[in-house]
Design a protein around this ligand. Structure first.
Ligand SMILES: Nc1ncnc2c1ncn2[C@@H]1O[C@H](COP(=O)(O)OP(=O)(O)OP(=O)(O)O)[C@@H](O)[C@H]1O
Ligand SMILES: [Mg+2]
Length: 240
């Protein structure tokens, strides 16, 4: 039986690099030494192969809008670099700010930076929180919601986009607790974006939405809190 054709690994990485370079984007945080001839015994060769594999996974998990995403803010790049060197110590990256300030862009960019660094392992799920709650509602299919919750809880990297936009309820709080608690106790790196501020004495904040028990865990998990300011980029604004 004919074997499925596999793309040449170095060639397809170069193709990805060319596409990104044409858009003025850098593929890896630090350059891989190309001067030596690559061979399977070469450390650089292995890193390049891992990077290619991880970038493919990243692209598959990234919607077209954010395929250009690049982490540029120091709090975001530092978090990604930490995740690359010590996965269990990375904790959570929390991006907050008003609509259109670039939170989701930075979040995808952070994951891309990790992938480009050639991690030993790279599994990622990206999900909008409103879609997630939709998928986790008890369905006709026995156990489907539980399986989905397990998948999101256990994955190595989870991007939970737009936390706090769903209508708060006891059920939402319970599901969020189960997800965050699993990732908290297993020290799994998590990227969260939210329109709500982490804390606000005068108005609604993330604690109001997720409840005290989740907020307490997040407070310990979050190793990098990046409040984004500026006008709505969708309306031609600039991040300050
Ligand atoms: N640093 C950047 N460089 C170029 N484009 C950017 C950058 N940051 C954001 N954008 C673009 O600006 C738009 C808004 O960004 P994004 O979707 O990340 O905002 P957001 O803060 O997540 O908004 P919301 O709160 O509504 O989800 C998108 O089209 C995005 O691709
Ligand atoms: Mg967003």
């Amino acid at each position: 039986m004919a074997q499925p054709k596999r793309a040449g690994s170095a060639a397809s990485l170069r193709a990805i690099e060319r596409i990104l370079a044409a858009r003025g984007l850098q593929v890896v945080p630090e350059a891989i030494d190309d001067s030596r001839e690559a061979n399977p015994g070469d450390r650089q060769w292995h890193r390049r192969a891992r990077s290619e594999y991880a970038l493919k996974r990243w692209s598959a998990a990234t919607p077209p809008r954010y395929l250009d995403a690049e982490a540029t803010l120091p709090g975001v790049t530092a978090w990604a670099d930490r995740a690359l060197t010590d996965n269990a110590a990375a904790g959570a990256l929390l991006l907050t700010g008003q609509t259109g300030t670039g939170k989701t862009h930075q979040a995808y960019g952070a994951l891309r930076r990790i992938a480009a660094g050639g991690p030993e392992r790279f599994e990622v799920i990206t999900v909008n929180s409103a879609d997630m709650y939709g998928r986790l509602r008890p369905s006709q299919v026995m156990g489907a919601a539980e399986r989905e919750l397990r998948r999101l809880s256990e994955v190595q990297y989870l991007l939970l986009d737009d936390l706090g936009t769903a209508k708060a309820s006891e059920w939402v709080e319970e599901v969020t607790y189960r997800l965050v608690n699993y990732r908290y106790v297993h020290c799994l790196p998590t990227v969260i974006t939210s329109n709500l501020p982490a804390r606000d004495e005068t108005g609604p904040d993330l604690t109001d939405f997720v409840g005290d028990r989740v907020a307490s865990r997040l407070a310990e998990m979050v190793t990098s809190l990046v409040p984004m300011i500026g006008a709505d980029r969708r309306r031609g604004g600039r991040v300050a």
